[in-house]
Ligand binder design. Structure first.
Ligand code: NAP
Ligand code: HSE
Length: 429
């Protein structure tokens, strides 16, 4: 049995999960692939911190770990951008394969890291960076490699999905549900990345890169999080036959443009993704040959993430043993670009808080009409007190530009009380 030495940088929520899960998995990997993974060195920020027993005494200096000849594969589980980038760069310079779960690093520093990996000929394995325990990156790289992809969509942040599910099913408030997600090890060290949609956008950028060879400039991706969702929106959506999910959409527009966005989105209750609850993720894609494919599974937490990290470690170890170069990254496409966010077209849910007076509904509907935006449904619940009432519209297809003009005019009406809540609607056939 070939033994491969592993160096682990970072031993927090995910790293300690990996150490806990390694012994059992190692026996299976040995039996299935004939390689054995041995943790030879661990680096952490504070080696004096009390923690569960580790296979080796932790050190502080990750440079020593990378230089250690016993370490053949480096696992980066530090998170964040700058230090993680330095670790990745030093690992590639040392000609050692890198395994990482760091989606922020790939999405925001990939423009530098990917050419570096391609030039050095050293593989980067990052299955754990997207959708936890679902092997979706391997499916894109291998099982679906012959397909032209007509689009991808997904629930790819477990924390947000957990919060929205708790709000919809248990009537939890936002703060309580977020604390539960943190306690369960789903949330990022900085939970704003989860609730503000940034983590999902990191993953969407990685999916876009693997599907289309195009890593979008991260700052240009339109991103909305779930903070604006109120329990009344969850209720109204349900009355209209929809669930609210934080959805990532990636779709080609014409031959050289791509729409990538993350936003809270109404999905029809009958669609399978509407029943993806808790920290589960789902990724749907349409291949020109395969047709629609959907993956569902645990999207966050130390065990699901260990599943992906251990698969990457097993593949990296086997490739080292076999002197195989490992998975190639797509050649970046020079001609692709993101669509202008105002040109994005879709259906929308709009909730407006107005004074409860005769004629207000007609005025608002008239403005949508002026912008040639059709209305599919309207809800105007009774008994909202204090003279104010929510008006809820489900709209037909419109561009972001025309919807913004309409909402701007509505906000200036004398009877409008509060800024509109606008959510995307995707019927996802
Ligand atoms: P975490 O709990 O904050 O742990 C970070 C670890 O990195 C800690 O052990 C810390 O040391 C160590 N560290 C920080 N700076 C260091 C330095 N300069 N040198 C050496 N070690 C250093 O983070 P996490 O939640 O495990 O997340 C790790 C990565 O996994 C992130 O990229 C995250 O996005 C990703 N991820 C998380 C999940 C999930 O479900 N939570 C899923 C997929 C991917 P101390 O222990 O001494 O503080
Ligand atoms: N914080 C992330 C999530 C971890 O909740 O999805 C998994 O990438």
């Amino acid at each position: 049995m070939k033994k491969i030495g592993i160096g682990l940088i970072g031993c927090g929520t995910v790293g300690s999960g990996l150490i806990r899960n390694l012994p059992k998995a190692d026996a299976l990997i040995g039996q299935r692939l004939g390689v054995q993974l041995e943790i030879k060195s661990i680096a952490v920020r504070d080696p004096a911190k009390s923690r569960d027993p580790l296979p080796t005494k932790p050190i502080q200096d990750w440079k020593k770990l990378i230089a250690d000849p016993a370490v053949q594969i480096v696992v980066e589980l530090v998170g964040g951008l700058d230090e993680a980038f330095q670790i990745a760069q030093a690992t590639l310079h040392a000609k050692k394969p890198l395994v990482t779960a760091n989606k922020a690093l790939l999405a925001e520093r990939g423009q530098e890291l990917i050419p570096l990996a391609q030039k050095s000929g050293v593989p980067i394995y990052f299955e754990a960076s997207v959708a936890g325990g679902i092997p979706v990156l391997k499916a894109l790289r291998e099982g679906l490699v012959a397909n032209q992809l007509l689009g991808l969509h997904g629930i790819i942040n477990g924390t947000s999905n957990y919060i929205l599910s708790r709000m919809a099913e248990a009537g939890s408030d936002f703060a309580t549900a977020l604390q539960q997600a943190k306690d369960l090890g789903y949330a990022e060290a900085d939970d704003r990345l989860d609730v503000d949609g940034i983590d999902a956008a990191h993953k969407a950028a990685i999916l876009c890169f693997l599907a289309y060879g195009f890593l979008p400039k991260f700052s240009e991706i339109p991103i909305e999080g779930i903070r604006k969702i109120q329990s009344q929106d969850v209720g109204f959506a349900s009355q209209l036959g929809y669930a609210i999910k934080l959805l990532a959409m990636i779709r080609p527009v014409g031959t050289d443009q791509i729409e990538v966005r993350v936003a809270p989105t109404l999905l029809p209750l009958r669609h399978p993704m509407a029943s993806v609850h808790g920290a589960f993720n789902a990724v749907g894609l349409i291949g020109n040959l395969s047709g629609p494919v959907q993956f569902t599974g645990r999207g966050a937490g130390p065990d699901a993430t260990s599943s992906a990290l251990l698969a990457d470690l097993a593949e990296a170890a086997k490739n080292l043993r076999d002197h195989s170069p490992g998975p190639a990254l797509p050649k970046p496409s020079a001609k692709m670009k993101l669509i202008d966010r105002n040109a994005s077209v879709g259906r929308f849910y709009v909730r407006i808080e107005v004074e409860d007076r005769p004629g207000v509904l007609a005025q608002v509907a008239g403005i949508f009409g002026t912008e040639k935006i059709g209305i599919s449904s309207v809800l105007q619940p009774e008994g909202h007190g204090a003279g104010s009432v929510p008006l809820v519209f489900l709209l037909e297809s419109a561009s972001v530009a025309s919807l913004s003009r309409a909402v701007d005019l509505i906000s200036k009406l004398p009877n409008t009380r509060a800024p509109a809540t606008i959510l995307r609607v995707e019927d996802l056939t």
